[in-house]
Ligand binder design. Structure first.
Ligand code: NAD
Ligand code: WQD
Length: 344
């Protein structure tokens, strides 16, 4: 059987992807050091799928320990590499931690893939590599220029993309798919797995659901004086389950020998931009909850507006993000209620 190694598979996007992989019949081994996740996520995956994924508590920067995983699981045919540190603000405060963890884990993994002749890699990149696209590049497609990163975190994504391309050039058997995610949100429809932010959330959706749950007094909307229809920033919010499914398509495409280039890049978004105020209004409508919020000043480093042109993923990968946003927001709310034991 084909086994997929999923690094960071206990985390938010990784856990949803493990579910989709297992439901498609793949065997999975997760490698995660639990630096930003909770082992109980495995119970959630097992409850959804009916099988428990294999799990090894290993740091991807640890060559010897990761080598052992490849030696133990000789049926690994592909790797999906989610493991990384991802807090933008923290990366500004502690750049070395981010450069070390995010680049060294990839380098270690690529070296071991070469050593063990595992030739298929899916890598989690981000729309952050585009920065604020120029107006003629909106919606943004894969040919838009990458811009200077706004944070050390963003820079690790750019550097890691380059490392993958250089390694593929040197190692013709390696095939890689770089997936540039836009803004993943929501939770599994079962409400058994979802996002588990550490401390005060930085991202919009966990802040919204925690505010609705009464954990936070109010949501602060960072700016209403942008050059957008309602003045608040615009993003392409993509349902995490739709995003997870794209990983299965990407690995299938490589394993099936359909990849046309050694390194393929896909934007993963819906193709629709939504403003912060639209998210708030829709959330209130679908949940029937009032969301207290105030408009405050702009957040430093925020991009005004970005959304994807996902046509390459639609046509080439045969994938699209179709789940309607009200359903996505409801899934996030159901997950928050599950976490806080809130009943309607
Ligand atoms: P997450 O923090 O929930 O998951 C990452 C997982 O990797 C965690 O379980 C963590 O414990 C693990 N990990 C970190 N460093 C590790 C290491 N050295 N060895 C082993 N495990 C390690 O994050 P997520 O939101 O699921 O993001 C997954 C990937 O997608 C990351 O690479 C992230 O940069 C990227 N991404 C995320 C977003 C987003 O908004 N969530 C957007 C674009 C890209
Ligand atoms: C979305 C919108 C905020 C919180 C970040 C990373 C990016 C990527 C995804 C990984 C913005 C507004 C937010 C709040 C608000 N991660 N907002 N009040 O900034 O698009 O991207 O996460 O690669 O690299 O930078 O996502 O969820 O933080 O913000 O008004 O309390 O919500 O200003 O317009 P962002 P976000």
């Amino acid at each position: 059987m084909n086994r997929i190694l999923v690094t960071g598979g206990v985390g938010y996007i990784g856990s949803h992807t493990v579910v989709e992989l297992m439901q498609q019949g793949y065997d999975v081994v997760i490698v995660d050091n639990l630096s930003n996740s909770n082992i109980q996520v495995l119970d959630g995956i097992e409850a959804i799928v009916g099988r428990r994924p294999d799990f090894v508590n290993v740091d991807c920067c640890d060559y010897v320990a990761l080598d052992n995983v490849f030696r133990t699981y000789t049926d690994i045919v592909g790797v999906i590499h989610f493991a990384a540190s991802k807090a933008v603000g923290e990366s500004v405060e502690r750049p070395l931690l981010y450069y070390r963890n995010n680049t060294l884990s990839l380098i270690t993994l690529l070296a071991l893939m070469q050593e063990h002749k595992v030739n298929h890699l899916v890598f989690s990149s981000s729309c952050t590599v585009y920065g604020q696209p120029d107006p003629e590049h909106l919606p943004v497609d894969e040919t838009a220029p990458r811009k200077k990163a706004l944070s050390p975190y963003g820079n690790t994504k750019r550097i890691n993309e380059d490392i993958i391309c250089d390694q593929a050039h040197a190692c013709p058997s390696l095939h890689a798919t770089i997936l540039r995610y836009f803004n993943p949100i929501g939770a599994h429809p079962s409400a058994l797995i979802g996002e588990l932010p550490n401390g005060v959330p930085n991202n919009l959706l966990p802040f919204v659901t925690q505010t609705a749950a009464g954990l936070r007094k109010e949501l602060r909307v960072f700016g209403n004086d942008y050059n957008t229809p309602d003045g608040s920033c615009i993003r392409d919010y993509i349902y995490v389950v739709d995003l997870a499914k794209a990983h299965v398509k990407a690995i299938q495409r490589m394993l099936g020998g359909q990849a046309e280039e050694q390194v393929e890049i896909f934007n993963l978004g819906t193709g629709r931009g939504l403003s912060v105020l639209e998210i708030i209004r829709t959330f209130e409508q679908v949940t029937g909850r009032k969301l207290p919020y105030t408009i405050v000043g702009r957040r430093e480093g925020d991009i005004e507006q970005v959304w994807a042109d996902p046509r390459k993923a639609n046509t080439v990968l045969g994938w699209s993000a179709d789940t309607p946003i009200p359903e996505v927001l409801l899934s996030a709310w159901r997950w928050e209620k599950h976490l806080r034991n809130i009943e309607d």
